[in-house]
Design a protein around this ligand. Structure first.
Ligand SMILES: [Zn+2]
Length: 88
């Protein structure tokens, strides 16, 4: 089963985290690495973007609050119970 929209992820109680990639690609001497990780609120995302918003486009809409970087990776995680079932 593949999840493609916010609505599907929301219905399945997936969690979403964002990780800032600032400094991991460009020269480390000039850039401070950020690596800021935050859990995003799925409920808020659904209200803001709508149920049909594609998960793949979420990263390009986010901005890290620490240095204002738009180079953000988004990680979707199934709820802990589903993960346990899948691991069997
Ligand atoms: Zn950052």
């Amino acid at each position: 089963m593949s999840i493609e929209t916010l609505g599907e992820a929301y219905r399945l109680s997936w969690r979403v985290r964002a990780r800032c990639l600032r400094g991991t690609i460009e020269a480390p001497k000039r850039l401070i690495r950020c690596d800021f990780v935050a859990e995003l609120d799925m409920q808020t995302l659904v209200w803001a973007k709508g149920l049909r918003f594609p998960l793949g486009r979420l990263g390009s809409r986010l901005m890290c609050p620490r240095y204002g970087s738009r180079d953000v990776n988004v990680i979707f995680e199934p709820p802990p119970t589903a993960a346990r079932v899948a691991a069997r």
